[in-house]
Ligand binder design. Structure first.
Ligand SMILES: [Zn+2]
Length: 194
């Protein structure tokens, strides 16, 4: 994941290159399934400062570099209740959503759709999620807001909020499918490819 950012730079950087020309945000490697940080509940965020705002930018940069529509802080090894979502994958700046300490306050309907996770690369499975959800969260400044999501956006909210509870989408799969994926990952790990 991380090498994408270096290869995309291309042109030679000189001393005259303005600082503004460097891409915004640090790109973190994505933590993979098997790391305990993914399976423990994340801590509530109480401090809303410049450091948090920087981390939010880094999370968006890391998510776009990995071509994801959502990223939760535990996926970059930080066990805090922060997630970012953008179902347009960077095409629409207004679609950027920052969720600090989010909770689902309303859910409605059911949709069964295939889902994947940046922390479980190469594997997908069908997960039933609500068609509509309303999330209450804080932004990076600590202001509380509510946002409603439908279909893919609702799915992304549920998936990312699950991450903050230490739950992976694998939990929602059939036991058969889950065991199959876990066996394949075990094999990949043995081969040093996970
Ligand atoms: Zn995920």
């Amino acid at each position: 994941m991380a090498d994408k950012s270096t290869s995309s730079k291309g042109s030679t950087v000189t001393a005259e290159t303005p600082v503004a020309a460097t891409p915004k945000g640090k790109i973190y490697p994505i933590v993979k399934y098997g790391d305990p940080v993914l399976e423990k509940p994340a801590a509530t965020i109480a401090k809303f400062d410049a450091e948090l705002e920087h981390l939010v930018e880094d999370m968006f940069a890391s998510m776009y570099a990995a071509n994801g529509v959502g990223l939760a802080a535990p996926q970059i090894g930080k066990s805090i209740r922060l997630a970012v979502v953008d179902v347009t994958v960077g095409k629409n700046p207004e679609a950027k959503i920052v969720l600090v300490n989010p909770e689902i306050i309303h859910a409605e309907g059911e949709v069964r759709e295939e889902e994947g996770c940046l922390s479980v690369p190469g594997f997908r499975g069908y997960v039933v999620r609500p068609q509509f959800v309303t999330v209450r969260a804080q932004n990076a400044k600590g202001e509380t807001f509510e946002i409603r999501g439908e279909n893919l956006l609702a799915r992304a909210f549920c998936h990312e909020i699950d991450h903050l509870h230490g739950i992976l989408f694998l939990t929602h799969l059939s036991m058969l499918k889950r065991d199959l994926i876990k066996r394949k990952i075990k094999k990949l790990r043995k081969e040093g490819e996970w």
